[in-house]
Ligand binder design. Structure first.
Ligand code: ZN
Ligand code: ZN
Length: 175
């Protein structure tokens, strides 16, 4: 949703609180689109500091469905994103992008809450997503999810040294 900031500039030091519903249903992450499973309205407190400067603070809470790194099953990943930004509306869009190194969420006098939250999400994505600590992943040969039981594929170690060790183990078993 867009917040029109023009009335905030009518007098210095003005503070206004905005409650914004997120409109996005998916988040374009680096590895594909993630569904937003749950979201709460974003509450933003916007302060007119002086002249063309404003500060934005608040918090966004949402849950993304992200694929498990090992088995690809969707995992619910909750986020609590603190928002703390200071903006100079006097800057051009290009200058702001350069200064913040992120997608612009201000256009004219409008603040795009969805874009602001997308920027914060991008910075807070986890390095690793697992459905559970000991996820067994999927079989590299048949693609079966090994959390749901083992498959009948033979384990074929690619490293010949591993094959030697396996032979030794087999011999022990036969004795
Ligand atoms: Zn998994
Ligand atoms: Zn298999």
């Amino acid at each position: 949703m867009l917040i029109n900031l023009s009335e905030l500039f009518s007098c210095q030091g003005k503070v206004k609180t905005y409650t914004q519903e997120l409109e996005m249903e998916q988040f374009p992450g680096p590895a594909g689109l993630y569904t937003i499973e749950k979201r709460e309205p974003v509450i933003l407190e916007i302060t007119h500091i002086k002249e063309r400067k404003i500060s934005v603070s608040g918090e966004a809470r949402l849950t993304l469905l992200m694929p498990c790194d090992r088995c690809l099953e969707p995992v619910k990943v909750p986020f609590v994103l603190p928002i703390q930004e200071e903006l100079d509306m006097g800057q051009s869009e290009e200058e702001r992008v350069e200064a913040l190194d992120e997608q612009p969420y201000i256009s004219g006098y409008n603040l795009d809450t969805d874009q602001l939250v997308r920027n914060e999400l991008m910075l807070n994505l986890p390095m690793k997503v697992l459905c559970k600590e000991d996820c067994k992943g999927i079989c590299g040969q048949c693609g079966k999810n090994l959390n749901q039981g083992s498959c009948s594929c033979e384990e074929q170690p690619k490293d010949p040294r591993m094959a030697v060790i396996q032979d030794i183990f087999k011999r022990f078993k036969e004795v």
